[in-house]
Design a protein around this ligand. Structure first.
Ligand SMILES: *Cc1c(COP(=O)(O)O)cnc(C)c1O
Length: 354
């Protein structure tokens, strides 16, 4: 059976007449805009903040397009990737009827967004090696499965999923496969964006929140075939990306070099931490990471977590998450902060009694 996008979309979304904003209806170059009830006398901040922002973020999209070698009409920009996750579920999943699939342990927002929308969740855990269980995934999906969320590199495990597995799942599934590449810039693996050509049901998410260092601006994007992008545009809030974020991300994209440098630094620090961690007797395993964090198995995660808190250092306790027994997720930071962490580890090592 071939991929049939139209059959996948909720009927109410197909029938939806989207909100038509003033800025969306007119795209000529008039001089005087009296169409949006904006304040004529400007704002207390000066600038152009009295004007509504571009609803389709064309300038930002043209830069993202150039950076990622993908046509602008195959790009959707969201208020963080988190908005993309929610919109996808609302476009495709009928509340109380349809389901999504996730592969735990993975990013928590897929589950939360599904729960908010009253959409059921199918789960196929990763294997003990944190790989996709391709066979079980294909056996578990059913006629009501609309989206499979795959996170690669995965949060919280840090590893990239096998490219062959993702392609195989995408080819054998008639719903949407989402590959969340929030951490792709820290990985040697190449993005799945270049696989879009041959996979009409694939959607890639990336974000400016991690390697780009712009988490505070709330900007993420999705790449997919233009029919999927049109559906997201239909459902999104008209002005979902505010003017400040559009301008600042546009500016940031002109300074890619500085981002590449910080990625290099992070990778060097990750390597240093990895080597340092394994020398401590309370560290059982440091998992291979393609991201800016290290999932680290220790003797007693809760105990170490509390010790670090007492020393003013907060890490993420993942020990209650499946396959992550006694694991902490530790973000790689600056040399100074990482040194402070290692000093705390040394004090902890001396304090434990076996
Ligand atoms: C941090 C993160 C994101 C980013 O979400 P934003 O809403 O863009 O900040 C997306 N996916 C994963 C797996 C993440 O860890």
């Amino acid at each position: 059976m071939a991929f049939d996008l139209n059959g996948l979309v909720r009927d109410n979304i197909k029938a939806l007449v989207p909100y038509s904003s003033a800025r969306g209806e007119y795209d000529g170059d008039a001089q005087i805009f009296l169409d949006a009830n904006e304040n004529a006398f400007g704002s207390p901040l000066g600038g152009q903040y009295n004007r509504y922002p571009d609803p389709l973020q064309s300038k930002l999209k043209s830069l993202i397009s150039a950076h990622n070698n993908i046509a602008p009409n195959k790009i959707f920009i969201g208020n963080g990737s988190d908005e993309v996750i929610d919109l996808l579920i609302r476009v495709f999943c009928r509340p109380g009827e349809d389901n999504i699939m996730i592969c735990p342990p993975t990013y928590g927002m897929y589950e939360v967004a599904a729960n908010i929308n009253d959409v059921a969740i199918l789960r196929v855990n990763l294997t003990d090696e944190f790989e996709l269980d391709t066979g079980a995934i294909c056996e578990t999906i059913n006629d009501n499965t609309k989206i499979i969320f795959i996170c690669s590199p995965n949060n919280p495990t840090g590893n990239s999923m096998s490219r062959e597995s993702i392609i195989k799942i995408t080819k054998s599934f008639n719903g949407i496969v989402v590959v969340d590449e929030a951490y792709i810039h820290y990985s040697d693996e190449r993005s799945f964006i270049d696989a879009l050509e041959n996979c009409p049901n694939l959607l890639i998410m990336q974000t400016f929140s991690k390697a780009w260092g712009l988490a505070g601006l709330r900007v993420g994007f999705a790449c997919a075939n233009e029919q999927i992008i049109e559906l997201l545009n239909k459902v999104k809030p008209p002005y979902n990306i505010n003017q400040v974020s559009q301008s600042l991300v546009t500016k940031a994209l002109q300074n890619k070099l500085s981002v590449e440098k910080t990625v290099e630094k992070t990778l060097a620090e990750r390597k240093k931490l990895e080597h340092a961690f394994v020398k401590f007797s309370f560290v059982a395993e440091v998992y291979r990471s393609d991201a800016n964090f290290l999932l680290t198995k220790v003797k007693d995660a809760k105990d170490l977590y509390l010790f670090l808190i007492k020393n003013g250092i907060v890490v993420r306790d993942r020990s209650n998450v499946m396959l992550c027994d006694e694991c902490l997720r530790i973000t790689v930071r600056t040399p100074k902060e990482n040194q402070a962490l290692l000093r705390a580890f040394e004090i902890y090592e001396k304090s434990i009694i076996y």
